[in-house]
Design a protein around this ligand. Sequence first.
Ligand code: KIV
Length: 273
Amino acid sequence: MSVHSSASVKRITTHTLQEMKHRGEKISMLTAYDYSMAKIVDAAGMDIILVGDSASNVMAGHETTLPITLDQMIYHASAVVRAVKRSFVVVDIPFGSYQGNSSEALRSAIRIMKESGAHSVKVEGGSEIKESVVRILSAGVPVMGHLGLTPQSIYKFGTYTVRAKEEAEANKLLEDAKMLEACGCFALVLEKIPAALAKKVAESVSIPVIGIGAGPDVDGQVLVMHDMLGITQEFKPRFLRQYADLQKTMMEAFQNYISDVKNRDFPNQSESY
Ligand code: KIV
């Protein structure tokens, strides 16, 4: 049962998130990709639900986020939006749907907003995608930026190690953050960068900065649902806190069911008509 009855629900907006930063109230953000899970996440009181292109990994089994398509992101996003009463829903624009030119970026963002009913979009990168960011914002679509480790550029980086350890890259990241704020982005994600740099960015911009592997001194935190629930067991970076061991719980449930079927224990008389 939802802890928020529809009558009393006050939806989270970009304005709410901005106020939270000013009050110093931390912002909670988690990924979700389907109706049933999003319903639980929303009812739990999550501030932001990210329909991440990590769906490419955890839902579709791809090695990277690159293969997921705009149509697939819209499918996941519309399922999530149908479940949500309170959380603010952000959707990743997938690789290849905004980097080419700003008209394509705008078309992709509009498709996501129109066809899924989501509240905003997220894009990876700084100065390289400025034109696309400005064009999407010009249509009144809220944009969340994403700097640091940007998984859509994995083949440029070559590894998933910590980004912006060197001064030149750290300076560029700080400049990109300020540029995204100046363009009108409502928030930023910083992924896998030194905590001191993330703190500096959060202090240098007035929009909320959400971290993943970016230390405690930012305005909020985001994790991938399957990682924090322990459904994916092979991915255990230092920044991940695992809040459950659902792989174990689910494995036991599945094995108990198999055993009950094989032993003719299920269904029993009270489970039959
Ligand atoms: O796709 C995703 O899940 C993300 C988070 C890691 C921030 O972008």
